[in-house]
Design a protein around this ligand. Structure first.
Ligand code: ZN
Ligand code: ZN
Length: 109
């Protein structure tokens, strides 16, 4: 998947991702994803495509939805959506575009 950035709601800008194992020494259990700048916790990835959804209160498969940001041809965002309740969790960015100031628009619908 190769996502390296997320939209941090605290910084209100796109920031690099900081990964930390859920349990030190046990990377297979899952990975916590933080904003690398302010260290705000974003979400937990459990195995490659699963994460803990606080709405479902259980581990769900993560669906990755491609979103056209409409800024430039290479400005493609990837939205992580819960496979159980379809709640949009966070915007992941696979591109390296300068997308500061973007509003992710997560949570509507
Ligand atoms: Zn942040
Ligand atoms: Zn859910």
């Amino acid at each position: 998947m190769g996502a390296t950035h997320l939209h941090c709601s605290h910084c209100a800008t796109v920031q690099p991702i900081r990964f930390e194992p859920l349990l030190a020494g046990e990377p297979s259990l899952g990975t916590n994803v933080f904003c690398a700048r302010c260290r705000r916790f974003a979400f937990t990835l459990i195995k490659p495509a699963r994460f803990y959804c606080e709405i479902c209160d259980e581990v769900q498969p993560g669906l990755l939805e491609r979103v056209e940001l409409g800024l430039a041809p290479n400005e493609i965002g990837v939205l992580l959506v819960c496979g159980g309740c379809f709640d949009g969790k966070t915007m992941l960015y696979t591109g390296s575009g300068q997308a500061s100031g973007l509003s992710a628009g997560v949570g509507g619908s």
